[in-house]
Design a protein around this ligand. Structure first.
Ligand code: NAD
Ligand code: APR
Length: 237
C-alpha cells in the first residue's frame, strides 16, 4: 500500500480532464532502451550525431544505420502493461488524451485513440528532399525516392526540426484545459515537450524510475517503473 498511489487514484477519479505526457521510459518495459538512462540509446551514440538534420544530409550511412537498427529492434517488441492500462483508462473516461515523445507507436498498438505524437513516428517514411511518402522496405533497402531520387528518412522529428504543428497545438490545448496532468517516463530534457507540464493550472504528477533528476516541481512524484505504478493505481480506480 502506498499513500502516493492512493492519492493519485483519487485525483484520477475526481479529475474532469486528464492529459498524460509520456517519454521513452514508457517503453523500456517493452525492452526498448530509453535515451538517457545508463543503458539508454544515447550512451554509446551521441544523439547530436545521428538524430539530426545534419546527419541526414552529411552522414546518411550513419543516419540510416541508426534508424534501421531502431526499426528492426522494434519488431521484437510489443506494448507493455503500462500502455494497456492507459488504453483502458481512456475507455473508462478516466483520461482524455496522451501526448507522447515516443515514436514507437505503442500507445496506438495498445488501443489508445486520442494520441498526439510530438516527435512523429518511426513507422512513417518520406523523401528527405521532396517529402513524398515512402515505404519502410524502401528505407531499409536504402532505395532512393522514386519520384526525385532523393534520400529517404523516417517520419521522426530530428534535433533542430520543428515539431508537427498540429500535434503540438492540440497537446497544448489539452494540457491547458486539464485539471490533472500525469507525466510518465520522460527526463523532460528535450525542448519544447519539456515545457508542457508548466503549461497547466491543474495538478501535476511525475511517475519516473528516477525522480531526483527533474527540475520541474510536481504536486506529486512517484518513483518507480511505469508499468508497476500504473498497475497499482489501476487496482484502486
Ligand atoms: P532543439 O533545441 O533544436 O529543439 C527544439 C526544437 O523544437 C527546435 O527545432 C524548435 O524549432 C522546436 N520548437 C520550439 N518551440 C516550438 C513550438 N512552440 N512549437 C513547435 N516547435 C517548437 O533540440 P532538442 O530540443 O534537443 O530536440 C529537437 C527535437 O528533436 C525534439 O523534439 C527532440 O525530441 C527531437 N528528437 C527526436 C529524436 C527521435 O529519434 N525521435 C531524436 C532526437 C531528437
Ligand atoms: N518506468 C518509469 N520511468 C522510466 C522507466 C520505467 N520503466 N525506464 C526509464 N525511465 C525513466 C528514466 O529514468 C528517464 O528519466 O524515463 C526517462 C527517459 O528519459 P529519456 O531517456 O531522456 O527519454 P525521453 O525523455 O523520452 O527523451 C525525449 O529526446 O532524443 C530525444 O526524441 C527523443 O523523444 C526523445 C526525447
Amino acid at each position: 500500500y502506498s499513500p502516493k498511489v492512493d492519492t493519485l487514484s483519487k485525483w484520477l477519479q475526481n479529475s474532469t480532464h486528464t492529459t498524460i505526457l509520456t517519454g521513452a521510459g514508457m517503453s523500456t518495459e517493452s525492452n526498448i532502451p530509453d535515451f538517457r538512462s545508463k543503458e539508454g540509446w544515447w550512451n554509446n551514440i551521441d544523439p547530436r550525431t545521428v538524430a539530426t538534420t545534419d546527419a541526414l544530409r552529411d552522414d546518411y550511412d550513419l543516419f540510416h544505420e541508426f534508424y534501421s537498427m531502431r526499426i528492426n529492434g522494434l519488431k521484437q517488441c510489443k506494448p507493455n502493461i503500462g500502455h494497456d492500462i492507459l488504453a483502458d483508462w481512456e475507455q473508462k473516461g478516466l483520461i482524455q488524451a496522451i501526448a507522447t515523445q515516443n515514436v514507437d507507436g505503442f500507445h496506438t498498438l495498445a488501443g489508445s485513440k486520442n494520441i498526439y505524437e510530438l516527435h512523429g513516428s518511426i513507422h512513417k517514411f518520406r523523401c528527405g528532399n521532396c517529402a513524398m511518402s515512402a515505404e519502410e522496405e524502401d528505407f531499409l533497402s536504402e532505395s532512393n525516392c522514386k519520384y526525385c531520387g532523393g534520400k529517404l528518412r523516417p517520419g521522426v522529428v530530428l534535433f533542430g526540426e520543428m515539431l508537427p504543428e498540429e500535434s503540438w497545438r492540440d497537446s497544448l490545448t489539452h494540457i491547458q484545459k486539464s485539471d490533472l496532468v500525469i507525466v510518465i517516463g520522460t527526463s523532460l530534457e528535450v525542448y519544447p515537450a519539456s515545457q508542457l507540464p508548466k503549461m497547466t493550472n491543474g495538478k501535476t504528477v511525475y511517475i519516473n524510475a528516477e525522480v531526483d533528476t527533474t527540475h520541474h516541481n510536481f504536486d506529486l512524484m512517484i518513483e518507480g517503473k511505469a508499468g508497476e505504478i500504473l498497475k497499482l493505481v489501476d487496482e484502486l480506480v
